[in-house]
Design a protein around this ligand. Sequence first.
Ligand SMILES: Nc1ncnc2c1ncn2[C@@H]1O[C@H](COP(=O)(O)OP(=O)(O)OP(=O)(O)O)[C@@H](O)[C@H]1O
Length: 245
Amino acid sequence: MVVGMGLVPDVVSLTEVTKVYAGRVRALDRVSVGFGRGSFTAVMGPSGSGKSTLLHCAAGLDLPDGGRVVLAGQEVGALREPKLTAVRRRHVGFVFQSFNLVDALTVWDNVLLPQRFAGTRPDKAWAREVLQRVGLGGRERARPGELSGGQQQRVALARALAGRPEVIFGDEPTGALDLSTGREVLGLLRGFVDSSAATVVMVTHDPAAAAWADRVVFLADGRLAGELASPTAELVAARMTELTR
Ligand SMILES: Nc1ncnc2c1ncn2[C@@H]1O[C@H](COP(=O)(O)OP(=O)(O)OP(=O)(O)O)[C@@H](O)[C@H]1O
C-alpha cells in the first residue's frame, strides 16, 4: 500500500523500506509512505509494530536494509558520514519523550547546540522568538533541572525549531507530560505546521494526541495498516482497537 503520495511535494518519502534486526526481526516490511510539506502526521500502531524504526529510518538515524528513503531531496542510503549527519543537522529537528537536554547547559545554550554542532551561525533573533512562542521568554539562563517537565519539553521543542528544520520528528513527544501540558506542546507543533509550513511526523500511543494531526498512518507487524485523514480521537481509538484485536 502506498499512502501520502499526494500533490504536495514530499519532504520525506520512504519507498518499499525494509528493516531487519539481528537477521530475523522484520521491524519494517516494504513500507512506502510520504510526508508532504506543511503536513502533520501521527504514526500509530501496537507495541513492536515498527513505529520507532520507521521514524529512525525516515530521519536518517538508521539505514534501511532495503528500499529508499529520500529526506529533503537527498537519498539517505547514498550518503556517507559525515554527509548524512550534515543533512540531518540542516533539515531535521527531533523531539523525544526524554527531552535529551544537556543539564550542564542553560536553556539558551541547549537551544543553540544543534546549530553549533552543525557549524552554522545560529540565528539568535529567531531562537529568541521561538523561545517566546513556546512561552519561555526570559528563562534563557535557567538550567533544565530548574524547569518543570512541560517546560523542559518546550525547550526541546524550541531547540528542534531553532534551526528552521524542514521536518520535525517526534517520538512520543508528549509521553512524559500531563494532559494539559501535553496539549500545549501539541498546540505549539500544530501552530508551527500551520504558520511556517513545517512538516511534523510524530509517533504516539495516544489517540487524543494523534487527533491534532492532519493524518494518522497505522502500522501493524512492520507493515502499513491504513491511514485516517482528519482524525478524531474516537475514530483513531476505534482503529487501534481493531488493530490490536
Ligand atoms: N535494535 C534492535 N535490535 C533488535 N530488535 C529490535 C531493535 N529495535 C527494534 N527491534 C524490534 O523491532 C520491532 C519493531 O520495534 P519498534 O521499536 O520500531 O516498535 P514500536 O512500534 O516503536 O514499539 P513501541 O510502541 O513498543 O515503542 C520489535 O519487534 C522490536 O523488538
